[in-house]
Structures are given as C-alpha cells and as structure tokens.
Design a protein. Sequence first.
Length: 451
Amino acid sequence: MSAPLVVSFLMRAAFTFVDTAYAATIGDAAVAAIGLTVPFEFLMIAIWVGLSTGLTAALARAMGSGEGRKIEQYLGAAWMMVRIISPFFFLIGVVIWFAAPQGSLSDEVYRSFRTYATVLIAGSAFTSFWSIIPDSIVKAHHDTRSTMWAGIWSNLINVSLNTLFLFVFHWGIFGIALSTGIGRIGGLVYAIGRARQHEARRLAAGEHNLAGLDPHPYRTQLSLAVPAGLTFVLSSVELAVVNTLLTTLAYPTAAIAAYSIYHRVAMFALTPIIAVSVAMLPFVGSLVGHRDWGGVRKAMRGSMLASGFYSVLFVGPIMWLTGSWLATALAESEITAQYARFALFVVPLACLFSAPFFLCRPIFEAMGQGKPGLIMATIRTLILLVPFCWLGIRAADRLGQPQVYGLVVGLLAVSAISSGVFMVWLRAALRVPGLRAEIGNQVAETAATPE
C-alpha cells in the first residue's frame, strides 16, 4: 500500500513545481504571483487533509466491521461538507479579484497575482475538494495505486496544457493557472471511476450488510478532521519559527540557505515514511473495525522497524556518500556549503527520530482518536522547539562550532523527544483494556443504532 503512495507524493511535489518552472519563463512577476498565492493554497491543503483523514478513517472502520449503511452515511455527510466548503473557496477566489490590496506590489506583480490566484483558487475550489470523496474511497479499499495514477494523470495533463497555453496560445499566467485547474479535473475523473468500480464490487459482494447507523456522522469525521488540519497548520508554524531563529544567527543568509537545502533533502528522504503513515490510516482502520488489537500492535512494530532500517541502512549510506557533493552543488558560497554538509550528514538521524511521530498519529486516528496527534504537535511546536533550538545554539557557541549546527542538533532533539513520548503514549493506549473496550463499544454502539 505504501509503495504507490511514494510515487504519488513525488508526482504531487512535481505537480506543485511545474507552475513555478513555467512561470520562470515569463519573469519574476509571474513567479512572485505564485508565491503570493501559497497561503491560500496552504489553507485549502489543510482543510483537504483534515476532511480526507476523517472520511478515510471512518470508511475503513465501517468496512472492517461490515457496516454498509454507515459507509453510505459517512459518504453523504462528506458530500454535504464538500458542498459547503467548495463555494466558500470559490468566493475567496472572487474576492481576490475584486478586493485584493495592492500595497507595495508593482502593477505587474499585482495583476499577475490577481489573475493567477483568482483562476487557481476559484477553479480548484471544486476539483480539489470533490476529490476528497473518491480518494478516501479508494484508500479505504486499500487501493493506493489509484491514488498514484490519479496524481500521474493530473501531472501529465498539467504539463501538456501548460506547454500549449503558454507557448502556443501565449496566455501567460492565466494559462498556467487554468492548466493546473484542468489537470486536477483529469485526476478527479480517474479517481471517481476507480471509486465507483470499488463500490460496485463491494455492493455486489454483499459483505457489508450489517445494519445500524452512526448517530453522529459529522462529529465522527470532524473529530479527526479538525485536529488533522490543525496539525498540518502547526507544521507550517514550526517552519516559520525555525526561519525566524535562523535570521538571528551569525551569517544568517548562509544559515537560511543551508537549512533550506537540508529541509528539502530531509523531506525527500522522509517521503517513504510519510507514505507508510498515510497507508497506515485505512489499514489500521480496518483492523480496528475487526477489533484485531494484536494486528494493530503488529502493524505498529512492523512500520517502526521498517522505518528504522530504511533510515539507517538506506538513507545513511546515501547521505554519507553524496552529502558533501550535494552541499557543494546546491550552495553558492563556501560557508553555505560548509553548513549544508553538516546538516545533510544528519539527515538519516532526522528520518530515524521523526518516523515514530509520523507513524503514531495515523494509528490513533484509525482508532478515532484525533486529539493525541494535535496535542503532540502542539507540544513539539509551541513548547519544545524554541528552548531546545536555543540550547543547541548556546552549546555550539561554547564548543566553538557554527550556531546553525546547534540549531540542527536542537531540532533533532525535539524530534527524538516528541517521537519517544508519542510512541510510549501509543503503546500504553494499546495495552489499556479500558481504551480498547471504549473504542470497541463505539463501533458496537453505532452498529446497534436502529435504522
């Protein structure tokens, strides 16, 4: 289940990069317009991730327990939420066109931003959020290959139309935004087709024929959607805090550039682990529906061990062999390259220490527990981050080492501590009969609700 998601995530990263690459052929104003649109896209992604998490977990549990009526109920509730959110973001796109403040932006940047943001946000308001339902259905059926192919088709259509609209029709920044929206329609159509096939087979098999309804279908999904969305937002806050700390260091430009290199490489190295964490949600959700707690513990141990081996035996040798070359190739100045070399050598540790944090959250979410992930993200970002980074910087000063080394070590400590606490919390939850009984009773209670 994880392998196709690795390809899917890489394709989605390329999908995001395509617009910037084509905009660079127009000029800095077009690139700046795309950058100014990022906060609006980020808000859309946060809501998308939240709703997808809630729906996927609910569907997986219902399929695992054989409750077909609840599946239809969750899908109906999700459609209602999408129908509310889509027009809201369409209005945001319209407001950007008519009411976006120009401020200190040049006329060229302002016109490019207004065009790109309006077309992208208003158009994607429907294609992006409507894809939540088919994407969640195919993942709940453990069909992550369809997720991969939806991303591939979207990217291919986007690249093709970008080339046509930009170099043949000469539509400029409008063509770039339009091609992105149409490209997402391609992925949506493919996902809808695959979701319908899975649902037709499920209904024909008659395996999910148990009666019963969830008395609170919206609350069931939103109890996971809201924490998941806020957790995503906290990740952005963490990056903003780190960037602020970097500006206070000696040689701030070199430090920021080196950390940017480190962050991009680390996130690329973490892609397989993140893919496993996404696959864990529907996989464990099915086990929870069966009340197979031994299977849940086995899935947790297996994913942790696989991530550990991957970090040490795969990422480690690659970084040790290529880290110095990457730092030199990606850095402009020697001091930036020096900082980046150290940071890239610890990328394997970043993967190793971060893996439990990524893997514990979807297991809790599969059990219908959204708060633990949000609590740990809050502790990590708002409590641990600044003190440990500050301690790392002070320690580096005393040892006569560059301050950015200390900041990176401080971040590793934050990852290790938060992951360790999260893993202990999850192990304790899986050992407590009361919690397992409570989750099981929730499943049984909704199943017993008369229709």
